[in-house]
Each structure stands twice: as structure tokens, then as C-alpha cells.
Design a binder for this molecule. Structure first.
Ligand code: SAM
Length: 284
């Protein structure tokens, strides 16, 4: 089997298929031999489980997943990569390649057909940067599917934001949204030089362990997401102003709610903890 993280091998394969990288599809392929085994290792908890990979490229991570999971289903949007993937993953009978946009893929149907008797499904991907948050929320918000964990390579700044503790300077709406569904953590960082073509940013691999049941302290999910969105829509304003305009309520009304919740109205959204948001939702 050829080493798919060897830059010479990648160039040879791509030129034999006349393939040119597409910037708009976020195509930066891994050229470091340690990254994909480490990602796959961190993704597997049970050898009998299945994994969905998003954007396999030429299959460098796919084959590491195939060695460790019972079944791998890789969803790749770029149809030019399909014949390449068929060739590079040919020796693994447990790999299925699907040519589709992950954001238009019916994940419930995919799981029902491809992972019928599996009791555990994970997601592992070196994500294209342009759809990082959309893909994460697409999977987390889908109530009809149950995945155990997501191991994702994403831009370093996005990783820091997603994994930031609510209440810390780096937190944002995405940090709270992800924490509603699971526990995110940074596993390791990956230098930009580990990719071809080299991107302008560094990356991190994160893991989100999904909660067995969604947050118990948040009673009204729709309202929780509405409050988070309103609070962070005007990050620079204090919470009394951002919530007032975002929720269409008077300053006095919001002040009363914040006082009852014991939250300083002059705080900004990033200073509020998960529990603070929960109290606001209850009091609204
Ligand atoms: N997994 C490979 C690797 O690590 O070298 C490639 C990763 S590259 C950063 C992202 C991959 O996602 C590309 O192969 C790209 O074509 C694919 N992709 C981009 N948008 C996609 C989408 N909406 N659905 C599925 N795949 C997508």
C-alpha cells in the first residue's frame, strides 16, 4: 500500500488523474504521516463501531479509520476524487465512498442503511474550513441521529472558540451551542506545514463527546438558542443592551431579569456562563 501522506505519492496520484486542487472546496490534504493515525486512534473506542468521514480527499485518513473501525462511510462532494478514492481504498472491504455534499446528506437514512446493526457511530474528519460550524451544528442539531463522538481537524482559532469555557474571553455563540450537546476539548495542534497546498492558518484536532441526553438544566431549547444568538449578535455591547434589542424587550425588563438571576447587566455576552444563560431562559 502506498503512503498517502507522502507528498511525492500524492503528487503522482493526483497527476495521473489530472486532478487540480479546488480552493473553494477547502482542499488541503495531509502530508504528515503522524496526524491521521492519531486522529483515528482518538476516534475509536469500540472496534465494533462505525464511522462517518466527511471529505476524504484521496483517502489518507480513510485508510487509518478502516484499520480501526468495523465500517467506514466517507462522504466526498468532489466527484473527481471518487475514482481516486476507489483506487486508494481498494484493499479495504469495510470502506464505502459516497459522492455527496455532507450538508445535503440525509444522515438518518445513511445511518439506517449503512450502519443498521451498529450500536455506536462516530464522526471523524479533516473538515474544509469554509463549512466548519455548519457541519458541526448539522450533526449536533439532528435529533434523529445519535453519534457518540466527533473528532475533527479544524482551524486553530475555531477550535479555541468552540472549546472555550463559557464565561471566558474567547467564548462565543458556538461554544455554548456545542456545550448544549456535548463536551468539546482540544486534542492536539497541527502546523500549517502538514498540508498541501499549505493554508494560511494552523489547525487543531478537537473531540466532542456527545451527551447521552441533551442538557437537563436547559428546559426550553428554542429559547436558549434565541437568547445565546441575541447576546452574541452584538458582542461589544453589554448584555442588557444586546438582549434588549435582540429579544425585542425593554431595558428595564431585561435589567429586572438579570438582577433576579444575579447577573451584572454591564457584563458582555462572553462573561456569562452556561448556567447564567440557563437562568435567563427560565426567567424570561
Ligand atoms: N481528508 C483529506 C485529508 O485529510 O487530506 C482531505 C481534507 S480537505 C481539508 C477537505 C475535503 O472535504 C476535500 O476532499 C473536499 O473536497 C471535501 N469537501 C468540501 N466540502 C464538502 C462537503 N460539503 N461535503 C463533503 N465533502 C466536502
Amino acid at each position: 500500500m502506498e503512503n498517502l501522506s507522502d507528498i511525492k505519492v500524492i503528487k503522482k496520484i493526483l497527476s495521473s488523474f489530472g486532478f487540480k486542487f479546488s480552493k473553494s472546496l477547502g482542499q488541503n490534504f495531509i502530508v504528515d504521516s503522524s496526524v491521521c493515525p492519531k486522529m483515528a486512534e482518538n476516534s475509536t473506542e469500540n472496534k465494533n463501531s462505525g464511522v462517518i468521514e466527511i471529505g476524504p480527499g484521496i483517502g489518507v485518513l480513510t485508510i487509518e479509520l478502516a484499520k480501526r473501525f468495523k465500517k467506514v462511510v466517507s462522504v466526498e462532494i468532489d466527484k473527481r476524487l471518487i475514482p481516486i478514492l476507489k483506487k486508494t481504498t481498494a484493499e479495504f472491504e469495510n470502506v464505502k465512498i459516497i459522492n455527496s455534499d455532507i450538508l445535503k446528506t440525509d444522515l438518518k437514512k445513511l445511518i439506517e442503511t449503512e450502519f443498521k446493526d451498529f450500536d455506536e457511530i462516530n464522526v471523524c474528519a479533516n473538515l474544509p474550513y469554509y463549512i466548519t460550524s455548519e457541519v458541526i451544528m448539522y450533526i449536533l442539531e439532528n435529533q434523529e441521529i445519535k453519534v457518540n463522538s466527533l473528532v475533527l481537524m479544524i482551524q486553530k482559532e475555531a477550535a479555541e472558540r468552540i472549546c472555550a469555557q463559557p464565561g471566558s474571553r474567547q467564548s462565543g455563540a458556538i461554544s455554548l451551542a456545542v456545550r448544549y450537546y456535548g463536551e468539546p476539548k482540544i486534542l492536539f495542534s497541527v502546523n500549517r506545514e502538514c498540508f498541501i497546498p499549505m493554508p494560511n492558518v494552523d489547525s487543531c484536532v478537537i473531540k466532542i463527546n456527545l451527551k447521552k441526553s441533551n442538557s437537563k438544566i436547559i428546559k426550553d431549547k428554542t429559547r436558549f438558542f434565541k437568547v445565546v444568538k441575541a447576546a452574541f449578535s452584538q458582542r461589544r455591547k453589554n448584555i442588557v443592551n444586546s438582549l434588549g434589542s435582540g429579544l425585542g424587550k425593554s431595558k428595564d425588563e431585561i435589567k429586572n431579569i438579570l438582577n433576579s438571576a444575579g447577573i451584572n447587566p454591564n457584563f458582555r455576552a462572553e462573561q456569562l456562563t452556561f448556567e447564567d444563560f440557563s437562568k435567563i431562559v427560565d426567567l424570561l
